[in-house]
Write a protein that binds this ligand. Structure first.
Ligand code: ATP
Ligand code: MG
Length: 241
């Protein structure tokens, strides 16, 4: 069993600076512009969390809250087959792993809220090893029907999600789309979009950006790591450094 309290990303430099990968018990935010690779990253993490322990995974269930219907099981299988060909060609393995990943697509803010409450129960009763919320921006940007005052309910959602992480001691990964293209400005944009409460709730922030045709990932907030920047790309096997 993985006792280090991290979900390894298998992105070598990143796991090193994060002291093992995505930390259990806290919120990790992936922030960056549209198309940069946040969802691709989340799909890779989902695979890694569901991978059998004998192959270095967490052999757990994953709850993937797919707010914008951008999750693709076809693409996830492609990433799996390309990243772990030996494992994925074992009979029944692709189905077994896909079966561990529960994708929720709440159609409204009310149902998003309700699914958070159900998740709380699932986290305790089942072997859930990763919760993904992709994306938080969509939850607050008014894509859902207009509800009660947004800031008030946002504060409630943030506290609830953070307490999920602490309570269940699993990693929670949340994406946040921002318009800015500059890696140094992105944290400010994220701050403007979701506010100070959100900013404080996030323990680790990874900022993704594109610059002159290349993609970069920066550890923008972390209690342990320096603000390092890594180039990365996206291939058939998903995110790679
Ligand atoms: P949004 O904020 O709009 O949700 P995102 O950050 O989640 O954006 P992703 O959907 O993760 O963005 O990334 C999409 C990008 O991933 C595509 O633009 C493409 O460059 C890359 N990509 C997707 N599939 C493949 C593939 N099979 N091979 C190579 N690159 C791919
Ligand atoms: Mg996305």
């Amino acid at each position: 069993e993985n006792l280090s309290g991290h979900l390894p990303t298998r992105l070598k430099g990143l796991d090193e600076v994060l002291c093992g990968g995505i930390r259990f018990g806290v919120l990790t935010e992936l922030v960056g512009p549209a198309g940069i690779g946040k969802t691709q990253f989340c799909m890779k993490l989902s695979l890694l969390a569901s991978l059998p322990t004998k192959f270095g995974g967490l052999e757990g269930r994953v709850i993937y809250v797919d707010v914008e219907s951008k999750f693709s099981s076809r693409r996830m299988i492609e990433i799996g087959v390309s990243s772990f060909p030996d494992i994925f060609h074992m009979e029944g393995m692709a189905q077994e792993m896909a079966g561990r990943i529960l994708v929720l697509q709440p159609p409204s803010l009310a149902e998003f809220t309700e699914s958070l409450q159900q998740i709380k129960v699932s986290l305790l009763q089942h072997q859930v090893k990763l919760l993904v919320i992709d994306s938080m921006t969509a939850v607050v940007s008014g894509e859902f029907e207009q509800g009660p005052p947004r800031q008030h309910s946002l504060g409630w959602h943030i506290s609830f999600i953070k307490s999920h992480a602490e309570f269940s001691r699993i990693p929670i990964v949340v994406t946040n789309q921002v318009r800015s293209q500059s890696i140094d400005e992105i944290p400010q944009y994220a701050f403007q979009a979701l506010g100070i409460h959100w900013s404080h709730a996030v323990t680790i922030r990874l900022v993704l950006e594109a610059k002159s045709g290349e993609r970069f990932m920066k550890v923008a907030k972390s209690p342990i790591s320096p603000p390092l920047v890594f180039p990365f790309n996206i291939t058939s096997s998903g995110i790679s450094l």
